[in-house]
Design a protein around this ligand. Structure first.
Ligand code: PMP
Length: 429
């Protein structure tokens, strides 16, 4: 029988680090990656035939779980019509109409094939619309791997950044400013120093790529105000939160209207889809209506468009937002209860169907430098103890877990029991 070690050895010969995307390599949890062969509902099955309750859910796109029968039927029907035309078609129109009718600040939308592309294109629109070149991002947010976003805070002047990846030109990195989340004074300093140069500030309104770091509404409102006052655009990156935390995403919940918004993940129902959207006057800068060039051979791929719309409609019909919020609350309460009495206490942070478990802190964590020391080491032990009990968490201390409508009460009770046992095993003696 083929095992994980054999597949990984082969993969190392043909792919950098043996993987097609870095987190899949298990580098931050140790051990060999598990090769999965099949997904169904809340479960993943590996090549050895072992089944796990899956809270990674492909890092978020699957509101209905793996291989939902209704979406499968839609995809099967779509396949009969061919899978890419490179022409105008009614499927992206239907999804565009659905999204723009739900989200008032998304007056026009352009589909692309990933969240990275969505962000990259939104930034280009912002630069074109403002005639400015700098963008402001926040330490602890992830926006995909466009060069301008692969930067981290540098030492020295307010907001100045350095590349966080080899291969990013210093000239590109110098156009990005980086600030800390949850810090009003830092916002003041950066807008005082650079306000008139900033084309856009981009933020995950619910940062979910460095753990789950819910922000104070006043801080986000403050950011929006400073953008407005300085003539910078505000971009909400809702690639994770869009249509997951609610039908109008974080922007709807916060009552903050971003100028541009990026979507991805759930809007493609598990197929490669991203999108950027915003006010008509901004979006009409995009070619062929305007002079901001952006195009894609497989953009608005009909399979993804049909799967995405069918998923969103089914989720809405099933009352998915309220239902997953209730399931998430019960699941996380059960975890928190079971984590009582550990020598190294744990906290469970949750927003709707998104959750993150971390070493206890006295106050909510709103920025990465407040994550307790030792969290990564603790998580590695917890992750492997969970795997041994048939629960697959995203393989990184900083990735969040996702619930889908396939995670029913019985599955969640089983998973909670396993995670509580895993936490006891990972608890230092
Ligand atoms: N923005 C956010 C907030 C994301 O979480 C991600 C991916 N996790 C991206 C952008 C990039 O999306 P993709 O991986 O589809 O390029």
């Amino acid at each position: 029988m083929i095992d994980h070690a054999e597949l990984y050895a082969r993969a190392l010969l043909v792919a950098p680090g043996g993987v097609q995307s870095p987190v899949r390599a298990f580098h931050s949890v140790g051990g060999l990656p598990i090769f999965m062969e099949r997904g169904s509902g809340a479960a993943l099955t590996d090549v050895m035939g072992r089944t796990y309750i899956d809270f990674c859910q492909s890092f978020g796109p699957l509101l209905l779980g793996h291989c939902d029968p209704d979406i499968r039927a839609v995809v099967a029907e779509a396949l009969d019509d061919g899978w890419t035309y490179g022409c105008c078609e009614p499927y992206s129109l239907a999804l565009a109409e659905w999204i723009t009718s739900q989200v008032p600040w998304a007056e026009q939308i352009r589909f692309v094939s990933s969240g990275t592309e969505a962000v990259m294109s939104a930034l280009r629109v912002a630069r074109a619309a403002t005639g400015r070149t700098k963008v402001l991002k926040f330490d602890g947010c992830y926006h995909g791997h466009a060069d301008a976003m692969l930067v981290r805070a540098g030492s020295g002047l307010a907001g100045q950044a350095v590349a966080s990846s080899d291969g990013v030109s210093p000239a590109v990195a110098a156009e990005t400013l980086v600030a800390a989340l949850d810090d009003d004074r830092e916002l003041d300093r950066i807008f005082d120093a650079h306000g008139t140069e900033i084309a856009a500030a981009i933020v995950e309104p619910l940062p979910a790529n460095y753990g789950l770091l819910p922000q104070r509404t006043e801080w986000l409102t403050g950011l929006a105000d400073r953008c407005r006052r300085s003539g910078a655009l505000l971009i909400f990156d809702e690639v994770i939160s869009g249509f997951r935390v609610g039908k109008t995403g974080m922007a709807g919940r916060l009552g903050i209207r971003p100028d541009l918004v990026t979507f991805g993940k759930v809007i493609g129902g598990g197929f490669p889809v991203g999108a950027y959207a915003g006010r008509k006057v901004l979006m009409e800068r995009v070619a062929p209506a305007g002079k901001v060039y952006q195009a894609g051979t497989l953009s608005a791929n009909p399979i993804g468009m049909r799967a995405g719309l069918a998923s969103l409609r089914k989720f809405e019909r099933m009352g998915g937002w309220d239902d997953l919020d209730a399931r998430g609350a019960a699941f996380c309460a059960q975890l928190a209860d079971g984590f009582q009495g550990l020598r190294q206490p744990l906290d469970v942070v949750r927003d709707g169907s998104i959750f993150w478990i971390h070493l206890h802190t006295d106050t909510p964590i709103r920025r990465p430098d407040c994550i307790p020391k030792g969290h990564a080491e603790w998580f590695a032990a917890f992750f492997h103890a969970a795997i041994a009990r048939g629960v697959y968490l995203p393989p990184s201390p900083y990735e969040v877990g996702f619930l889908s409508l396939a995670h029913d009460a019985e599955t969640l009770a089983t998973a909670a029991w396993a995670l509580i046992a895993a936490a006891r095993e990972a608890d230092p003696a």
